[in-house]
Design a protein around this ligand. Sequence first.
Ligand SMILES: Cc1cc2nc3c(=O)[nH]c(=O)nc-3n(C[C@H](O)[C@H](O)[C@H](O)COP(=O)(O)OP(=O)(O)OC[C@H]3O[C@@H](n4cnc5c(N)ncnc54)[C@H](O)[C@@H]3O)c2cc1C
Length: 315
Amino acid sequence: MAKEELDPISTKTPLLRLQTGLLVVGAGAAGMAAAASAAAEGASVLLADDRPVPGGILSQCIHHGFGLGRYGRDMTGPEYRDAESAVFLRSGAAYLPQTRVLALRPDRTALAVSPDGLREISLEHCILATGCRERPLGSLPVAGPRPEGVYTAGEAQELINLGHYDIGDTVFILGSGDIGQIMARRFCLLGKTVAGMAEIRGELGGILRNRVECVEAFHIPVFLRSTVTAVHGFPRLSGVTLQHLDSGQQETIPCDTLITALGLIPDRSLAEPLRTTGGYPDWLHFCGNADTVHSIVDSASAQGAALGKRLAGLL
Ligand SMILES: Cc1cc2nc3c(=O)[nH]c(=O)nc-3n(C[C@H](O)[C@H](O)[C@H](O)COP(=O)(O)OP(=O)(O)OC[C@H]3O[C@@H](n4cnc5c(N)ncnc54)[C@H](O)[C@@H]3O)c2cc1C
């Protein structure tokens, strides 16, 4: 049900009031599966996502390695996205693209904004499928200026794969999880030099497949028990200080680009204002990377589908 009014804050902004049984925030793999499975059970479902097309981070993951569990074949991220979004778009769930949910309120309403104006959505249950955030370089004690040329791995992936930007020539990678390893291979495939990858632990992170296909196959120099303690150059990065933890030795590695792959944190920022000592309200749920970081997309989809089906039974 929709009713158009004027926003009380700015009389120029239209405020559309909507009602739904289940609001899903985020149209990545998890949110699409949750919305589709709840709609398939007959629930009234509305999915809001801030991007123009469904799929979340799948759109920027142009490499293979998706869908082996759910589809029994090796797909790219966009192929997996297209397969899942076809099911979601046919499911009967309402879809609001380019709609960012700004706040969730204790009275079970959500405030969202889109190019057409503000939306106030009344809901019975809400699933946050908002994905995760990347830990930035500023989370580490790294000395020096804040030059151009420092990106998180996800930012770099989006700039290169979706924006087609050329972001640097000689790259150093701090952190050895899956995204760092995938980006190391991506830079090699672009003809760039990967000067090395530092990992504070005694072994590489990530899944075995990425270690073999991204690091070993491309002969990426790996520095274990090592970290970056300083960056140099301004306005553009010119190098990093690499500290070897066991020997205590330091060396300067020339590079114009530093990629940080320091880990992912579930993005529950919309839920935090609602949290009390008793936890989150019983109408608020999480799936996908907003719940737990999933290295394999199939498990994010499966978790979303199971949650959507369960909640449909409560509506
Ligand atoms: C670089 C990389 C490589 C990967 N490689 C593989 C692989 O090879 N094989 C594999 O199986 N898995 C891989 N994965 C894992 C898999 O892709 C993810 O676990 C999965 O896609 C996460 O889906 P999600 O729905 O939880 O989150 P996301 O895809 O991040 O979706 C979250 C969505 O919510 C939106 N959103 C956030 N906040 C709001 C808001 N307030 N209002 C509206 N919308 C909002 C976001 O814009 C986004 O569209 C990889 C992941 C990454 C990052």
